[in-house]
Design a protein around this ligand. Sequence first.
Ligand code: ACM
Length: 690
Amino acid sequence: MEQTVIVISRRADAPVTQSEGYTLDVTAKAARIIARDESGLYYGAVSLAQLVSANATDKTFHVPAVHIADWPRFAWRGLMIDSARHMQSVAEIEGILEQMALHKLNVLHWHLTDDQGWRIEIKRYPELTHTGAWRTPPDAGKDGEPARYGGYYSQDDIRHVVAYAAARHITVVPELDMPGHAQAAVAAYPQFGVTGQRPAVSADWGVNPYLYNVDEPTLHFLEGVLDEVMALFPSRYIHLGGDEAIKDQWEASPAVQQRMRALGLQHPEQLQSWLMGRLGHYLDNHGRRLIGWDEILEGGVPGDAAVMSWRGIKGIEQATRAGHDVVVAPDPFLYLDYVQSTRNDETAGRLPMQSLQSVYAFEIVPPELADTQVRRILGAQANVWTEHMPTAAHLQHAIFPRLDALAENVWTPADKRNWQSFLARLPAQLARYRQQGIGYADSAYAVDIGVDRRQALASSKATVTLSNQIGSGVIHYTLDGPPPDTHSPVYTKPFTATLPVTIRAATLTTSGSLLANTRERVLDEAHLRSLEGNELTACPSEHIDEMRAQPTPDATSLTPTYTINVFDSCRLTPPLPLDGAAVVNIDLARLPRNVALAHDAKLITSRATATKHGELELRADRCDGPALSVTNLPDPTSSPARFTLTAALPPMHGTHSLCLVMTGSPQAPYYGVGRLQWQPAAASLKKPRP
Ligand code: ACM
């Protein structure tokens, strides 16, 4: 059509009866959106904008003739942003809301308080932000770490965000976490804690021990906070947390024990339920409704509370059977703080990987639920915990494009969800991101450049395999050439390259637009005898909880990262051709042990040290065999945080894994492996080319 006529009408007799639904009809004359509610009109307009932008050039666009009748599968289509561990600017939150709206998501769950920071101004209790919004990082002021980290949203900021969201049909659900994850609040007002002692605002991720008290002054305080929260957030649901509250402080407190007896309660879980019940009632009286993490079920919870199910998928069954409304948000499946690839250049996050495809494939409704239970599922959300996301770039990398997978999962009927169809539409979405300046992750399309090291070292020829995570797009490559483009060879099957050579590879669409930036691998003797640290795996153990840590807790760079198992400072290489190796150079990064493991701390492997700062031991093939070499770790107080250790090996033959064991107590720093490189003894090394 030459002239575009867009007709938008809200009608009580609109053909789609479901709330938030719409019809969109594009003909040669007009585009027409009809819906029964404002949200439906909005989503119809979003769909029209998508049709336009998928078919646009700089000057023109054409919209295919279509008839669309569309409505969401779920009423709760959410994203949780943790602003406590790392904080986002108001402009960054706006950017997220903008994208949520374009993805037809309608709930921003805003995690505003935690052990590491209190981020919402409460006028009646100014210390919450004066003290509670600021923490002192480990090694503050060194290695680029700030002297203190923090900040908070003023009530004006909050009103602005809530209005910005509302204009985009998004409800902001605030979360105030309690009775645990309360250390920042207790640091601000120790009288509302259990011990009366004032802790520091925590700089340790994980599970910290500080709980709120349960006496009347503390309840009065919490209700006062809720008064201001309810005045700021029109949301029907108010999230009161409830997760990971270890009860040690309550159990150790005579006053709390006395309170439990007075209330006729046997277990601390019941006390948590009592607290939630009391505050849930307070919310009810103000026309609001309590939602909490699934631990609120443990001691019996008021029937009208909604449950956010995060501990795997068992909780969905349990909560819906008990008649609660449920929001599905399971760890790890919809937790976007997990890495989305295991590539060395992937940024920080938790393991195991939750890929784009796995987020897409996750089924929100467990198949074993009865119909009455299914009706209790309000919807689902992805959670963005920000321990490993100090900057907007980290956040965007974690969220996009996995948000596209989530959005389709919560909107589209299960039987219409189709991965191949999603993949066919994804390139247009990535083009929109580039135009919008969104730093999305290209991890799913990034080319992995594989070789058989042993063959390459033995013959000066390498069989090269190129692939990407999702087996999609067209892989182009160059040998000792510039970054590939559409004119570069297309990879179809493994090929042989003569060494030394630098391989560059990128994934493009068939029409030549970029899906993944160029990745590069140098194949020469030195590189074939080296390994990136993130290629090592955790040593065999009953207790493995891995993360890719940043060099410092607030580091602003996306790379490097260091994979550690929080329970065991031990890493294992894949089998390596070690023929003739006599020396191993290992780049290590000393990382703060800022992970609070609570009762799981007893699972940390402790290894006796022979010297003051511990040792790095190298073992062959197994981690429980004899040490091939032992090298002392340097004094943390006088050596740089990143350093290289050189270990001598006995004469090696054939292919072996190397096990790197760091000795030390459960309080010792973590050591991350940056790169490992093996070579013949120095004397027999070939001279480098000038
Ligand atoms: C949670 O991940 N602690 C809800």
